[in-house]
Design a protein around this ligand. Structure first.
Ligand code: ARG
Length: 416
């Protein structure tokens, strides 16, 4: 018998898992993380929202206890998600394969940290999760657990014995695990404040356009408002502020409000064939309205403030950062080093970015900063030009010297 902390969502799979581990004779503590899914998903659904998030999570906790969990805890990890994962990723403009803002990926190492902390609190020797053997999340969760406490055992029962939907239903019926009486969910969904991912079902054929019912946070082209919204986002030392959306918004509510506003305009729909860590390609659909807007705004501010060399070099590092987050190496020394690298720019990442939200697109319409390297006197083609045009002549002559030399060689160098 072990004492096991299980990452528990309250859904069918992890409920069946909880029961199975209990039947194996273990003491199971159900750990549920609040990562802001309920806050973020008020987008478009406010009217039908089933109640306040706290009571939903309390119901998840009660369900675990009713199933026979030794104990059940709900941990509000929204601040940690935002401060320790989302803002560092924003400062890295983190987009996997150029498009996916890594919402699920960023949350996994945090879930691992919560599992490890809960294991310590309950003197458990094992942590468990409901990932299958096919996805990225098993890699992310387990690498992070090992980085935090290599003495803990990790179990992935759905990898040990894959569980089909009908098997799960049959087991649930036989063992008193409540089955939600909603129609069979056509997709596999994961969501937190930074985005929502939708996979499986009809999406598995990349030729199929995602049906509208795949989306919950973003409006369809038919229902997007005719009129644009324009807002000014502020950045202070690399961290966005949301005063334009409400004077007293904290970061959590600010991201949620931006999800609602940008989602209303249909911004942040992402549809890609992506490369998983384990080597297969998969078709993934995401909704990340706030992430899409904030990354666009952050990049615009960087272009105004950072030097050309900083921008070129940082773009390479940013791509590496996204790959580390995606590949489960969040807890690696390289990611820590890149955070320090990004922090070195943050002092100057203060300013304002005006964005227009309209018909599925975010457009940066203005940017300004006290740290801007942009100098209108140097850039202008109009009156007041302070640029030394004559200096350009000498510059080009020296800059082109190697080309000049090659062209004058007696022995011609093969072109190209
Ligand atoms: N493909 C995305 C990723 O690897 C989404 C994963 C969503 N996870 C899930 N269990 N549905 O980050």
């Amino acid at each position: 018998m072990s004492r096991i902390v299980l990452a528990y969502s309250g859904g069918l799979d992890t409920s069946v898992l909880l029961k199975k581990l209990i039947l194996e004779g273990h003491e199971v503590i159900a750990m549920t993380a609040d990562l802001g899914e309920s806050d973020a998903s008020t987008a478009l659904q406010t009217a039908s929202a089933s109640g306040n998030p706290a009571s939903e999570l309390e119901a998840v906790r009660a369900k675990a206890l009713a199933l026979g969990a030794y104990d059940a805890v709900v941990i509000d990890a929204r601040d940690r998600l935002v401060n320790d994962h989302v803002w560092p990723a924003l400062q890295a403009n983190a987009l996997y394969q150029g498009v996916y803002p890594l919402s699920a990926a960023l949350s996994r190492p945090l879930i691992s940290a919560l599992l490890v902390e809960t294991a310590k609190r309950f003197s458990a020797d094992t942590v468990a999760h409901g990932c299958t053997g096919k996805g990225n999340d098993q890699v992310r969760i387990e690498l992070a657990v090992r980085a935090l406490d290599p003495t803990l055992q990790v179990r992935a029962p759905l990898r040990e014995t894959p569980l089909s939907r009908p098997d799960a239903m049959a087991f649930a019926a036989a063992h008193g695990v409540p089955i939600a009486h909603t129609a069979a969910k056509p997709y596999s969904i994961d969501a937190n404040l930074w985005g929502r991912s939708i996979e499986a079902g009809v999406l598995e054929d990349p030729w199929n356009e995602p049906p509208e019912d795949a989306y919950a946070w973003t409006a369809s082209p038919q229902t997007r408002p005719q009129a644009a919204d324009e807002i000014v986002l502020t950045f202070a030392a690399g961290v966005p502020g949301f005063g334009a959306l409400g004077t007293t918004l904290n970061a959590i509510d600010g991201i949620a409000a931006l999800n609602v506003l940008a989602g209303k305009h249909g911004i942040g729909r992402i549809d890609i064939v992506e490369d998983r860590v384990i080597g297969v390609k998969s078709r993934e659909v995401y909704e990340a309205p706030a992430a899409s807007v904030l990354i666009a705004a952050h990049k615009a501010l960087e272009r105004l403030v950072l030097t050309r060399d900083e921008l070129r070099f940082k773009a390479t590092c940013d791509q590496k950062y996204a790959e580390l987050a995606y590949d489960g190496l969040w807890m690696s020394p390289l990611r820590n080093a890149l955070d320090a690298f990004n922090a070195s720019f943050a002092r100057r990442m203060t300013g304002e970015v005006r964005v227009r939200l309209h018909q599925g697109a975010v457009t940066v319409t203005g940017v300004r900063s006290a740290f801007a390297l942009y100098d209108e006197a140097l850039a202008t083609y109009g009156a007041g030009d302070a640029f030394d045009h004559h200096a350009a002549d000498g510059f080009i002559r020296l800059y082109g010297l190697p080309l000049d030399r090659i062209a004058r060689l007696k022995a011609p160098v093969a072109a190209g």
